[in-house]
Design a protein around this ligand. Sequence first.
Ligand SMILES: Cc1ncc(COP(=O)(O)O)c(C=O)c1O
Length: 436
Amino acid sequence: MHQDLDAYWMPFTANRQFKKSPRLLARAEGMHFWTPEGRQILDGIAGLWCVNAGHARPRIVEAIQRQAAELDYAPPFQMGHPQAFELAERLVKLTPPGLNKVFYTNSGSEAVETALKMAIAYHRVRGEGQRTRLIGRERGYHGVNFGGVSVGGMVANRKMFGALLAGVDHIRHTHDLQRNAFSRGQPAYGAELADDLERLIALHDASTIAAVIVEPVAGSTGVLIPPQGYLQRLREICDKHGILLIFDEVITGFGRLGAPFAASHFGVTPDLMTVAKGITNGCVPMGAVFAQQAVHDAFMNGPEHLIEFFHGYTYSAHPLACAAALGTLDTYEAEGLLTRGQGELAAYFADAVHSLKGLPHVIDVRNIGLVGGIELAPLPGEPGKRAFSIFLDCWESGVLIRTTGDTIALSPPLIIEKQHIDRLVGTIGEALKRAA
Ligand SMILES: Cc1ncc(COP(=O)(O)O)c(C=O)c1O
């Protein structure tokens, strides 16, 4: 097949490398993609941490088709449609107690912006309008819009874009190879890193801080799993100082850790929670923010004819996205997928990824639920190149993995079976043996 690749400026892609040696996907079903030439590719990353139920699932496909014919679009401002309300009711049955209000967006990045604005506005409607400061974390990833990049902690995503938002600070990240390398599940050391928030509170004063945002498990910066007790401690400090805690569950939401949300898995409930990706199984763009009842209620004052929160998107609660999400929840429920990534399957996955210890270049292996991280020693002076070569090698062998820096990140569809795990990890192992 000959196709002109010139006009498309691809996102987060080495464009020149790609166009010299394209990697095209033409079809997908279950655990696999197929290239235009018909080569089968095992999906080791659920598309991009989103296709949690696997590809082309009939309930989702039919729901989208039906909805497109029935109601293609409905304005979301001052208007509604039944599926938006039905979906919200179903979603809040899955969230930890209290997180029972849903605000729809179209992506994880938009969910993050929405949550940050909600937090600042929440303090203002309560008469604490001086609480505007936002605290993120080093090595955090919260999408690509200005708020998310500002609270995020990925140097490459920040350095090109100027001064970003004012009034933002960052606590330290939790990655500690010296103490925690090759931990299975949550590492033992590092709960005290949550106390870094107290340092920033001492510097800025709690009365100026609106919210702290963290990923319960950081994915995009290389699968960083929270040390035991860390998230609990962060929650305690936020409570002590009246600061809202936001969990960015864009990748951890919808079963990735073997529970509906990371908040449920870790037993720590945030005030606001952002999701996207798995909410529609990646089939139609959608994100959402879940808010505690009390956060929502703080806005519900003033004259009833006035808009309470001046925020929203043309495509908030888009009918096709709502239909896709309802079909997705049906699929998750029918197949028990939101809790499949725990127990025996998670243990098998953990054994498989940890079997890579001892292979060339492997300096750490991390896992939780159906998430795996394999960190490689970088090639001297060429960070990221070694992991990228493993990515290319696996692609040639028919397996799709993802790399970030020199970490291989695995997040397969939750329908994965043991033979797929063997193939996924076996292919990576072979590629590691070949790698420079
Ligand atoms: C934790 C987290 N937040 C936000 C985002 C951004 O989501 P989107 O790409 O849908 O804007 C991502 C994407 O990977 C993410 O991992």
